[in-house]
Design a binder for this molecule. Structure first.
Ligand code: GDP
Ligand code: ZN
Length: 304
């Protein structure tokens, strides 16, 4: 061991990157946020990203990032690692897009991320709560109710505790307002123009993690990549529906895709009401969509 350090670098949780700048990193440690460079061998494209757990070592009186600890998962847009929890926000207005919620759940399951549904704008109505429970009650960790307008975010605060969470959901459901209510002051910029310019250039959206409390972090950019399920093969789609995985042993065929196979217990339960019928219909639509994408990709003579 070359250096003795004031920071317990053996405790991975003591050092977490909250912002990655070109070659400087804001690292949250037990002694506060330090801005450190990285050892040369760590720099470059596939280097350190926000969310990474790292080890710091002292070098010439300053700390440097010496090691990136293994990642549990990572997203591309925003570029962030080690997400523990996805909070999918919905509200009565704008009209809920259940396809979008399904896609968020599929991607969270693919990346081993916990899911909480959050019904915001409860000051206007909580009518949607029963619907969310009927469709998702059995498959998400929790369904919570908030009102950013009334500052009612206590349940949200508790589900974010001791985790790195990502807020996602349709535009205008109140994600920025919720973050502002959590922080207690407006921190969330809504600079639509620069965001569009970023996306236009097809650059990677850099994530900046906000610290809410000790070990509680939230990402301030919506999870765009959480909405893309095109990497999923049609026959593996059902793996990301926990309620279908549970029923699969009762289907006649072992590799049942729960679409057209005879003796499919999922389809039976969906028509009887034992499983949500609307979620099942969306599953079938997504399955066909993925099949069509696959067929286009393998078609001979395609241009792209
Ligand atoms: P985002 O696009 O998901 O970040 O949504 P915003 O935070 O920008 O909110 C969209 C609109 O909904 C704004 O006009 C907010 O003032 C409003 N809004 C957000 N949260 C609430 C809420 O809890 N209750 C009500 N009534 N309006 C809200
Ligand atoms: Zn089946």
């Amino acid at each position: 061991m070359k250096a003795t350090s004031a920071i317990d670098t053996n405790n991975a949780h003591a050092a977490r990157v909250i912002k990655a700048m070109s070659n400087l990193f804001a690292v949250d440690t037990d002694s506060g946020v330090l801005t450190c460079p990285a050892r040369k061998k760590l720099k470059g494209e596939a280097g350190i990203i926000a969310g990474d757990f790292v080890r710091l070592e002292q070098e010439g009186g300053a700390y440097v990032v010496s090691e990136i600890l293994p990642r549990k998962n990572s997203l591309i847009r925003p570029l962030v690692a080690n997400i523990d929890r996805l909070v999918a926000v919905a509200a009565l207005i704008p009209k809920p897009d259940f396809f979008l919620i399904d896609k968020l759940i599929i991607n969270a399951n693919r990346q081993d991320i916990d899911i909480v549904l959050c019904l915001n704008k409860s000051d206007l109505s909580t009518e949607l709560y029963a619907e969310l429970c009927a469709q998702y009650g059995e498959i998400v960790d929790k369904i919570i109710i908030t009102s950013a307008a009334d500052g009612e975010v206590s349940e949200l605060k508790s589900v974010l505790s001791n985790k790195l969470s990502c807020l996602a959901g349709q535009s205008a459901v109140g994600k920025s307002s919720l973050i502002n209510a959590l922080i207690g002051k407006p921190v969330q910029k809504t600079d639509v123009i620069s965001e569009k310019a970023e996306r236009g250039k097809n650059t990677t959206t850099r994530a900046e993690i906000l610290k809410l409390a000790q070990n509680s972090y939230i990402i301030d950019t919506p999870g765009f990549s959480m909405l893309d399920i095109h990497g999923v093969l049609p026959e593996e789609l059902a793996l990301y529906y926990p309620e279908y995985v549970e029923v699969l042993p009762d289907c006649r065929y072992r590799g049942c895709t729960h679409t057209a196979e005879p003796g499919c217990r999922v389809r039976e339960l969906a028509s009887e009401g034992g499983l949500s019928r609307s979620r099942y219909e969306r599953y079938c639509a997504m399955f066909s969509e993925l099949n069509a994408v696959g067929a286009r990709r393998s078609a001979p003579g395609r241009k792209t």
